[in-house]
Design a protein around this ligand. Structure first.
Ligand SMILES: Nc1ncnc2c1ncn2[C@@H]1O[C@H](COP(=O)(O)OP(=O)(O)OP(=O)(O)O)[C@@H](O)[C@H]1O
Ligand SMILES: [Mg+2]
Length: 322
């Protein structure tokens, strides 16, 4: 069965695409069949980092041209067992994709015959990104060892947790309504701490309280610190663990520390992933360790999430403002 590995970040330009491309190479070198999918809608550049020319149909074809399945979009790369599904201009970057369109991509992704499908997502906390991130329970968040990047990563985790809770309850259920009100800070007379949400859900039903705790316990985002300069960076990374644990009851799992790699610019000019260009460098060695951790990790269970009606609410909101 395929393992889906979404790669996201709170802040742009932290190295998601570089990480995705090089992790793909490392996993393929370890004998795994890997598909890299460019889901950075509107900002796709995974092909460039991989050294594949941009002349192939991309994931937008699945959606707008009724392509049979993702299989037909697979592009081979210079690495055996490593394939790319490019992004393309058919998909608008700014608008939220309606839920059923995302659902189609997610469904087709799970049907791919591969060991790993790695999703290179756009940055930030739009519902597009967060919903793709939630296709696996232990997606990867890339951040750099700077306070702003750590805080953005925390925001991303927080939005993902809220979104996961929201989608853990059926449409029109009072529980979903409660989560929604909490997010919109409408709960009166409360300090709106996250525990309060668990208590309020528990007041609706015992089952809801259980789902709340299960969600938090099963969600283990993995974190990669990229562009590190010195080992003290790890202290900054540790802050993310502390705030996620304290504020959300979430355990983040650090799976790697990638140093700065001076040859990255050259790797893009030469159309060769840096792990191939400089296989014995510190960056490549670190990435190989990350790939081993990913291969050896027990497979997380995917969150069981209900459909969303965000697209409908969005229509309602725009209709109101007309
Ligand atoms: N470890 C590293 N050492 C040096 N430069 C790096 C490293 N990782 C990424 N970069 C550089 O940082 C820039 C941003 O990287 P990348 O495009 O992978 O980020 P991203 O998170 O995918 O950005 P976006 O949010 O725009 O999709 C690129 O110029 C890349 O070459
Ligand atoms: Mg990118």
């Amino acid at each position: 069965m395929v393992t889906i590995l979404p790669v996201a970040s709170g802040k742009g330009g932290v190295g998601k695409t570089v990480f995705t491309a090089n992790l793909g190479v490392a996993l393929a070198k370890a004998g795994k069949t890997v598909v890299l999918m460019d889901l950075d809608l509107g900002g796709s550049n995974l092909h460039t980092v991989l050294g594949v020319r941009n002349r192939h149909a991309g994931v937008g074809n699945l959606i707008y041209k009724q392509e049979e399945g993702l299989e037909s979009l697979l592009v081979p790369t210079s690495q055996d067992r490593l394939f790319l599904i490019p992004g393309d201009a058919l998909l608008p970057g700014t608008a939220n994709l309606p839920y059923f369109r995302k659902q189609r991509i997610i469904k087709e992704t799970s049907a791919l015959v591969a060991d790993f499908v790695i999703l290179d997502l756009g940055s930030g906390t739009t519902y597009n990104t967060v919903d793709f991130f939630l296709t696996g329970s232990d997606g990867v968040i890339v951040c750099t060892p700077e306070t702003t990047s750590i805080l953005n990563a925390y925001s991303f985790i927080k939005t993902s947790v809220y979104r996961m809770l929201y989608r853990s309850f059926p449409k029109t259920s009072p529980e979903r309504g409660m989560v929604q009100s909490f997010i919109e800070e409408r709960i009166e007379g409360s300090d709106n701490s996250f525990d309060t949400l668990g208590q309020r859900l528990g007041e609706i039903s015992e089952g809801a309280r259980e789902i709340f705790h299960q969600c938090l316990q099963s969600f283990h985002p993995r974190v990669v610190l990229n562009m590190g300069r010195e080992i003290e960076d790890l202290e900054i990374g540790r802050r993310l663990r502390t705030i996620a644990r304290r504020n959300l009851g979430i355990e983040v799992n650090f799976i790697g520390y990638l140093p700065r790699e001076e040859l990255l610019t050259e790797s893009i000019i030469k159309r060769q992933p840096v792990i191939e260009l400089n296989p014995t460098g510190a960056f490549a060695r670190s990435l190989t360790m990350i790939s081993q951790r990913i291969i050896n990790a027990p497979r997380g269970s995917e969150p069981k999430l209900h459909e969303d009606d965000e697209d409908i609410r969005e229509l309602a909101r725009s209709a109101q403002s007309m």
